[in-house]
Design a binder for this molecule. Sequence first.
Ligand SMILES: Nc1ncnc2c1ncn2[C@@H]1O[C@H](COP(=O)(O)OP(=O)(O)OP(=O)(O)O)[C@@H](O)[C@H]1O
Length: 594
Amino acid sequence: MTTLPVAGTAHVRRAAAGLLRAEKRTVAAMVLLNALAAVAGLGGPWLLGRIVDTVAAGDASPATVDRLAGGILVCTVAQIVLARTALAVGYRFGERTAARVRERFLDRTLALPAAVVERVPAGDLATRGTADVGTVATTLRDAVPEVLIAAGQALFVLVAVFVLDPLLGAVAVLCLAGIPVATRWYLRRARQAYLREGAAGSALADELASTIAGARTVEAFGLRERRVAVVRDATTRARRTRLRTLFLRSVLFPAVDVSYVVPVVAVLLIGGALYVDGRLSLGAVAASALYLRQLAVPLDAILIWLEQLQSSGASFARVEGLAAIPAAVTVPGPPPANDRIEVRGVRYAYDGGRDVLRGVDLTVRPGERLAVVGRSGAGKSTLGRLLAGVDRPRGGTVTVGGVPIADLPPDLLRRQVVLVSQEHHVFRDAVRDNLTLAAPDATDEQLRAALAVVGADWVDELPLGLDTPLGGAGVALDGARAQQLALARVVLADPHTVVLDEATALLDPATARNAERALAAVLHDRTVIAVAHRLQTAHDADRVAVLEAGRLVELGTHDELVAAGGAYASLWRTWHGQDRQATTTGWRTTASKR
Ligand SMILES: Nc1ncnc2c1ncn2[C@@H]1O[C@H](COP(=O)(O)OP(=O)(O)OP(=O)(O)O)[C@@H](O)[C@H]1O
């Protein structure tokens, strides 16, 4: 199974800068309001210092003290109002940017090639789209504005101490050195630790999802203990990674708490000595100490959010990881010239492994019934997916009317070839929406006609007819009905070629007979390529293609191949002995060529 990539630090930085650039004006307003709030915040301690100096000098009148105290009040109110406004602007920035991240993730997910979506762990993609996007959104909404504001305040406070007395400023900065040391230690370890925590969380979600999805199989094969052990291991790994990030935080926070107090003590001691020497006023010492006490508030805010920034940096790297996967590109070009499908020198390998198709050449004649047979693992389904444009060959070409099938845009592709397999997905949506996927402009009459072709009269009996919601809280469909919907979609898409791969394999025999009747109606007047698991299908076909270990070894009619006494004749003899009673194939009765 393929794993989804995680974006590197440089990519994450670029993506974050891009998000800020997209909201240039809001960010500028946030920085300006924030700077004004910080300047207003500096007024309080400075005015308090003035009161101390005035009182110490012995020339303080009550009116002077009142005026200075009033100034403190004005500064405080101004600071609160400006900071709140900056925060409100910041939240707006955060919400808009979070929406942008969500939309981009959704776009990228929808643009992923089907082959990638099928092969990546479902839990990983789901966790990135929910927990990771959620973490990034929370950070953008809360952390980014608050960290920007706190950083601005901290900077202004330090500058203010320097202005009061450069020596005290230097002492304060020196004493704060413990914070970057502790923070660096933390940051060096945090990214990896949070990435591991995220990956372990995804793995746990994946194990739980696959256990729930396979609950019947687990029950039938008595796999309960084994699944419990697998989930327990995944939980243990998730807990270990969580404990590691907790440990990192439990070192960082106490170290930083101590570092806040040291500059205040140092400034009081040194400032006191300078005052005694007559080189500094008492008010300047008091204001410096107050500023440094104030510093704890923004620094604390930064550190509290640092954890959030770290974990969301890791989440953002996982969200942005999708950018590294090339999107399913469709190249605009001329439409196919005709319905002829040509396979030339096709090679295919899963996830960089060995080739499972090794130079296949085949021409599908319009209107024919072609069966693809071979032993298990010969590459039949793989060839079927390439013929339907679901996967792209590693080498060689699969074309329809001269155009590579995998390059066709989805709306054009579904009018050429459609793959019908045993998986029939019903979307949590109305019946109508489930059908118009295949033909967005279809009228209700066309939808009803398509349903009639596949014998799905039950739709008329649903409470809201075509508007009835399906799945989730709506009406649940059994396998047979889900398949009828899928076949009605094929009728609506109206492709000239249908690739069948085990289309009725999961249905019980009685249902399968009905389904094959519906299938026969759908296949009428179309080219059919059937991945044949029962040789009766091959017997009824116009031609049979025999695959062996990824190569096309025989091609001809059933009679020709049986007479040739090769690979197909041997398969036929084996099957003839075992499974001769196998039933209809769905295309015998109604098939007619174009
Ligand atoms: N998603 C996948 N990832 C990796 N290998 C795969 C995948 N699907 C198929 N294969 C391998 O590719 C080879 C061809 O598989 P394919 O399903 O095309 O054969 P098949 O002839 O249809 O077999 P069967 O009749 O058992 O379905 C096999 O060796 C199979 O193990």
